[in-house]
Structure formats: structure tokens, C-alpha cells
Design a protein around this ligand. Structure first.
Ligand code: S3P
Length: 440
């Protein structure tokens, strides 16, 4: 949740006459974190290609290096060689800094829980205000000692790791970060760990652990983790569908657009944005071409052109599949006919910003007809927005969603906090320029 000052540098965006170009987006952020963390605790060494250069992933890399893991660039940009340390890391000499990254803090806590040393992990103002009890409770139950502010619910967290015991745990929310923290701890626990999920969240950890010789049995929504020593594997990280989502919505809602985004990860636990936009009428405006499997993950190129969208209702099991795309989906809904209703999405209130409040506030500034609900929002599509000053609230996805809103709105939009995009998409503003220039 955001505590960032409202004054960081800004970028102006005018309405684009047309959008066109071919681009690739950064490596998937979730898969990038996992490729570093899992290879770090594995035996052997691995080459990871296409790693995201986003600040969140760099935070994970620095934390692992601070615990003695040898990770260095090798070959082309985005390629890194990791020498697995095996399950035991080195006590960090200083506080670990997860920056803005919930994934770094929560997944790394799952590793720290079994280490025979004391560590402290912290983050920026936003991360220090996000709920950590969701990982502290199960990890304590497994035998780790963890302390944090406000009755162990907020970072900085101090972890005294040790021997862990497998547990049976009912996940209170469909969170991939919490699930992954428990899986990581369970890999070196005594006995099996059983996790009951309320709904399916992204399953990259399960897939990668299995690819590394680990044993995570899936039975519907139940997972059983058998402790195993992992073997390092080479990974090619696919493009991040959460980053591609900005160009998908920009292209669909434009009058004149032809965009190709190549090499995008199509893991079914992540493709809710494609399914929802199809339900909204995207049709041939959003085509998957050259569908293939790379490194155990489905991948496709996306062809995007304008379409007439209409409102939809989304909730329930769809929410975890579209979790990070709600702000940009809200932009699409402004240009759809009729109402779009998003419910069961209260988790959005504890992301990098309170994304229900910030999305509604910022789109309102651009003249959207949008209302916040406790667990979501209602957007009455009007087919237009009007340029205005708006704010990222220290949230990368808000900065990029408002930039796309600016491309589609009349007049000029100024996005304050534009550099926040670098948390997941360092080349976002360059790619925006490319799409508007190539179209000329
Ligand atoms: C992530 C899981 C999601 C998502 C986040 C990345 C992950 O959070 O919002 O951006 O890599 O595991 P949840 O823990 O709420 O599923």
C-alpha cells in the first residue's frame, strides 16, 4: 500500500492517432523471481535467460547475493549464471532489502525460515505497510521464529530459522506468494506439508519445483509437498503477460492499431486478461499466434487490433487469474459499452497501492464514470476519457495504466510518478514511444 510522495518525475502523454509496432515485453516477473530463488537453493548451476530487469527481480537477486549465492551476468542481456548453494545459505551481514517487492519478501521468508541463522528483511514504505502475517503464521507453525512490527504482522521481519516440521494448512486467501513461501519452507522440512487452496493462484512455483526434481503432488486445489533436494535447471523466462496487458488494452481500444507482442507467457493461471477481454468482445482484435511450449510454460505471440468492447461481470475464481491486470482492465471498461462489475477482489486493497481506491481516484480525474466497492469496482463505460494530471501512488501498474489511459484520452495526460514503471517494466516509456512513432 502506498506511502510514496506525490511528487516524483512526470511524463506527458497525448492522444495517439494510431499505434503500431512489434515488441517484446520483459521476462515474466513471477517466473524470474522463482528462477533465481529455486536455482539458488538447488544443487548444480544453471543459466537463466530472459530474466526481467525490473527492480523487483533485482531486489531478489541482491538479497540472494547477500546470502552468498553466486549470480552473475553471462552472454546476452538478461542472461545470468547461478551457482546453486544447496539448501544452506550464508548468514547475511546486513539487513536484506526487498524494495517494493512483495514476492521477494514473502518467498525469501520461506527460505529464511529454515536457515540456521538470524536475518532481517525489510522494504520500502509501501512494502512495510503490506500484510505479512499471512506468511508469518504458517512459517511459525512450521517451527521458525519470526518477529515483526505490530504483533509480527508488518516488516521489517526478523527471522531466526531452524529445523522445520511439515504442516497441514488452510490458505485463507488465494495467494501465490503465501503458497510459495510455504512450499519453499516445506522443501526442507521434516515430513510432508499439505496446503488446501481456496482457489487456484499462479502455479509457477509448483511447475518449477517439479522441473527441478521436486515432488509437489496436486489433487484439485490441494497440494502435498514432499521434502526434496532440488537440482538446478536452465530456464528461459517467457514475456510477462501482465506487461503485455497494457499494449493489449491500448490496441483494442484504439481506432487505428496494429501491434504484435512476441513471446508472451500463456500459463492458464495468468491468462484471465485474455479470457475476460474475449468475453468483452475482443474477437479477432486479440489473436494468439505461434502457440508453443518453452521451458515447461506455454508461450504465444499476440496480435492486437481494434475491437468494440462491451461490459462484463467478473468475480470468483477469475480474480486470481486477473489479479494484477485489474487497473488496466478498468481502463478498457471505460471504453466498453455498458457496465463492467468487478467483485471478490478485496485483495487489491493490499497490493503496491490500494488498487481499488487508486484506480478509481485516478480514472475519475480523467472523467471516468467509476465507483469503488468494498471488494471491487463498477465502471460505467462512456467511450471516452479526458486528459488530466494523475498520480502513480508509488504503484508501477497504476503508472502504466494511466499512461495507456492517456494514449486513449482526449487532450494531454500527465502521469506523476512515471519512473515507477521500472519496478516491473523498465522499458515501458521507450516502448510507448516506439508504438506511437512506428504508427506514424
Ligand atoms: C505474485 C503473486 C500475486 C501477484 C504478484 C506476484 C507472485 O500476488 O499479485 O504481483 O509472483 O507470486 P498474490 O500473492 O496475492 O497471489
Amino acid at each position: 500500500m502506498s506511502t510514496a510522495p506525490p511528487s516524483s518525475p512526470s511524463r506527458s502523454v497525448g492522444r495517439a492517432a494510431s499505434l503500431g509496432g512489434v515488441l517484446s515485453v520483459p521476462g515474466d516477473k513471477s517466473i524470474s523471481h522463482r528462477s533465481l530463488i529455486l536455482n539458488a537453493i538447488a544443487q548444480g548451476d544453471a543459466l537463466v535467460q530472459g530474466l526481467s530487469g525490473g527492480e523487483d527481480v533485482i531486489s531478489t537477486m541482491y538479497c540472494l547475493q547477500a546470502m552468498g549465492v553466486d549470480i552473475h551476468p553471462e552472454g546476452t542481456e538478461g542472461s545470468y549464471r547461478i551457482k546453486g548453494s544447496g539448501p544452506q545459505l550464508v548468514e547475511p551481514a546486513d539487513i536484506l532489502d526487498a524494495g517494493n517487492s512483495g514476492t521477494s519478501m514473502r518467498l525469501l521468508s520461506g527460505i529464511l525460515a529454515s536457515q540456521p541463522f538470524v536475518s532481517v528483511i525489510t522494504g520500502d514504505g509501501s512494502l512495510r505497510s503490506r500484510p505479512m502475517q499471512r506468511i508469518v503464521l504458517p512459517l511459525k507453525q512450521m517451527g521458525a521464529q519470526i518477529m515483526g512490527r505490530q504483533s509480527d504482522s508488518l516488516a521489517p521481519l526478523t527471522v531466526r530459522g531452524g529445523e522445520l516440521q511439515g504442516i497441514e494448512y488452510d490458505l485463507p486467501m488465494a495467494s501465490a506468494q503465501v503458497k510459495s513461501a510455504i512450499i519453499l519452507a516445506a522443501l526442507s522440512a521434516r515430513g510432508d506439508t499439505v496446503i488446501h487452496q481456496p482457489a487456484l493462484s499462479r502455479d509457477h512455483t509448483e511447475r518449477m519445483v517439479s522441473a527441478m526434481g521436486g515432488n509437489v503432488e496436486e489433487d484439485g486445489l490441494d497440494l502435498t509437498v514432499h521434502p526434496t533436494q532440488l537440482n538446478a535447471v536452465d530456464i528461459t523466462v517467457p514475456g510477462d503477460i501482465s506487461s503485455a496487458a497494457f499494449w493489449i488494452v491500448a490496441g483494442l481500444c484504439q481506432r487505428d492499431a496494429r501491434i504484435l507482442v512476441s513471446g508472451v507467457g500463456m500459463n492458464p493461471s495468468r491468462t484471465g486478461i485474455v479470457d475476460v477481454l474475449q468475453e468483452m468482445g475482443a474477437g479477432d482484435g486479440l489473436k494468439l499466434v505461434d502457440e508453443r511450449t518453452e521451458g515447461g510454460e506455454p508461450v504465444a505471440d499476440l496480435q492486437i487490433s481494434p475491437a468494440e468492447l462491451h461490459g462484463v461481470e467478473i468475480g470468483g475464481d477469475m480474480i486470481p487469474r486477473i489479479l494484477d491486470e485489474v487497473p488496466i482492465l478498468a481502463v478498457a471498461a471505460c471504453f466498453a459499452s455498458g457496465d463492467t462489475v468487478i467483485r471478490d477482489a478485496a485483495e487489491l486493497r493490499v497490493k503496491e497501492s490500494d488498487r481499488i481506491a487508486t484506480t478509481v481516484a485516478e480514472l475519475t480525474r480523467l472523467g471516468a464514470n467509476i465507483e469503488a466497492r468494498e471488494d471491487g469496482m463498477v465502471i460505467h463505460g462512456t467511450g471516452r476519457l479526458t486528459g488530466a494530471d494523475c498520480e502513480s501512488h508509488g504503484d508501477h501498474r497504476l503508472a502504466m495504466s494511466m499512461a495507456v489511459a492517456g494514449l486513449l484520452a482526449g487532450g494531454e495526460t500527465t502521469v506523476h510518478g512515471a519512473p515507477d514503471a521500472s519496478v516491473s517494466y523498465p522499458e515501458f516509456w521507450r516502448d510507448l514511444d516506439l508504438l506511437t512513432q512506428d504508427a506514424r
